[in-house]
Design a protein around this ligand. Structure first.
Ligand code: SAM
Ligand code: SF4
Length: 339
């Protein structure tokens, strides 16, 4: 797009459709210790070479630019598996020290959380989302190709004990594998005070095996949950949240469904993304990225970095286009973008 930042009418991260990005998702690494079948192949991926990864100081500098100059109010660290990043606690501490203080959260598969929850809470982390697709150890192993269910459950308990609440649990249902697990997941979450959100499977797997005709839709997820619970409309304002929520058995407990495919919410999107190798993405499904790492490493000022980020967001498309016949999956898989 041929625009200069002086043409952009706002110092924040705005786009031509009037959306303002205030929620930043940061991938701290593309590496992972699980191999979820809807995310990556059994053999893993060619991980990003270390020199291409932003250093901790570089990540922290970009967090400062985002918060102080671009109006970012929420930061979520993700990956890959963000707890595999050795400097994660220091990065969280530096981010929560920024002013105005952003809300800081982390999305993790839960492995290693039992060990790190206390330190993360002491660094100011507000809450965590833990991914868990089943409570059945055998199905957990089938989906993630690792035998780590008990580590994940221990991680969730440690997060709750450390005050990283509400602990939200993200689940993806796969037809013929764990599509019968929605009710038991919700029961478990209610017992422990966690908030369950079930996510429609998206075309972001490295293997490009996603198939629209076999994905479990929001409608099916809700029908499945309703076999065990009474779900009613949640009166709270949804805002820019990707999750549509329902009250469970009259509330106050809630359950959410993130229906990116069948009930897209692009019109209210407030998200901007930074990959572990320093690229800005204005959408999970964007086919273009804007390189901040080169500017960062060639002496660019904070103002220049902020300008590049504004330009990257200005060109955001109105929607992800998954439902268009011409849709092309982005080259980067979810694990490298940061989900
Ligand atoms: N490793 C961490 C984890 O699993 O929570 C953080 C990264 S993971 C990419 C973030 C979230 O994306 C997880 O909740 C995971 O279930 C979800 N995810 C991964 N691939 C997906 C796909 N193809 N469709 C929908 N959600 C997906
Ligand atoms: Fe790893 Fe998360 Fe992808 Fe599973 S979904 S393979 S835990 S990055």
């Amino acid at each position: 797009m041929n625009v200069a930042t002086r043409d952009i009418p706002d110092p924040r991260l705005v786009d031509t459709f009037g959306r303002v990005a205030t929620d930043l998702r940061v991938s701290l690494t593309d590496k992972c210790n699980l191999r979820c079948s809807y995310c990556m192949p059994a053999e893993g991926l060619d991980w990003l070479p270390k020199p291409e990864l932003l250093t901790d100081d570089e990540v922290i500098r970009l967090m400062r630019v985002a918060v102080e100059q671009l109006g970012v109010r929420e930061v979520r660290f993700t990956g890959g598996e963000p707890l595999l990043r050795p400097g994660v606690v220091g990065i969280v501490a530096a981010t929560t020290a920024l002013r105005p203080r952003p809300e800081v959260s982390l999305t993790t598969n839960g492995i290693g959380l039992a060990r790190t929850a206390e330190a993360l809470a002491a660094a100011g982390l507000d809450r965590v989302n833990v991914s868990l697709d089943t409570l059945d150890a055998e199905r957990f192993r089938t989906i993630t190709r690792r035998d780590r269910l008990s580590d994940v459950l221990a991680g969730m308990r440690a997060a709750a004990a450390a005050g990283l609440t509400p602990v939200k649990v993200n689940a993806v249902l796969l037809r013929g594998v764990n599509d019968g697990d929605a009710v038991s997941l919700l029961e478990y979450c209610l017992q422990h005070g966690y908030e369950l959100r079930i996510i429609e499977q998206m075309p972001l797997d490295a293997q490009h095996a996603w198939d629209r005709t076999t994905m479990i839709t929001a409608e099916e997820i809700l029908a499945s949950l309703r076999t065990g619970f009474n779900l009613t409309e949640d009166p709270t304002e949804r805002g820019a949240s990707p999750a549509e929520t329902w009250l469970v058995d009259g509330g106050p407990a809630r359950v959410g469904v993130i229906a990116s495919v069948t009930r897209a919410f692009c019109g209210t999107c407030d998200r901007t993304r930074l990959t572990a190798d320093g690229q800005i993405r204005n959408c999970l499904f964007a086919r273009d990225e804007s390189d901040l790492r080169t500017a960062l490493r060639s002496g660019g000022s904070d103002e220049e970095l902020a300008d590049r980020w504004r330009l990257a967001m200005w060109g955001k498309l109105p929607g992800h286009g998954i439902n268009d016949p011409s849709f092309l999956q982005p080259v980067r898989p979810m694990s490298s973008i940061g989900g």
